[in-house]
Write a protein of this length. Structure first.
Length: 158
């Protein structure tokens, strides 16, 4: 199993989620400066070369994962993706049209005050997706993250 994991804006590529993913997969896990010029194109190219089974993204990483998944036709697991209400617009000038409609898993926190789930739902109504709601806020608790990823992988392997 190969997984690409894109952390959130004010996060990094260290921590229990990253360490756990390394135990279950070959992991592409870059430290991302979302304000870097050309970062979207670089990540997309590296993910293309890595050829993951899934892209996982959280918040700003979820926004990038969403777009990269649509361009490269890769399944994605998106935790509170910043499809709206971003604090700034990152450099995704190289983004092409959404050529594909891969399976997307949206994991939304009912108590997310930063990226409100109601607004996300309106934006994804025509997507090929599984939508899951939990009681968390913007940050996804480790136990929930692990449980959701385990269930998705188990369902995909069947």
């Amino acid at each position: 199993m190969k997984i690409a994991y894109l952390h959130g804006l004010e996060s990094n590529n260290l921590g229990p989620k990253n360490e756990w993913l390394k135990t279950i997969s070959d992991l592409y896990n870059p430290l991302i400066d979302y304000k870097e010029k050309g970062v979207y194109q670089r990540l997309k190219s590296e993910i293309f070369d890595f050829k993951p089974n899934f892209i996982i993204g959280s918040s700003m990483g979820g926004y990038f994962a969403y777009n990269i998944a649509k361009e490269l036709n890769i399944k994605a697991v998106l935790f509170n993706p910043a499809l709206h209400s971003r604090s700034y617009e990152p450099d995704i000038e190289e983004f092409k049209t959404k050529e594909y409609n891969p399976l997307l898993y949206f994991i939304l926190g009912k108590n997310d005050l930063l990226i409100k789930p109601e607004k996300t739902i309106l934006l994804i109504e025509n997507e090929n997706c599984n939508l899951m709601f939990f009681e968390h806020g913007h940050d996804t608790p480790y136990q929930l993250f692990q449980s959701v990823i385990t269930d998705i992988i188990a369902g995909d392997v069947k």
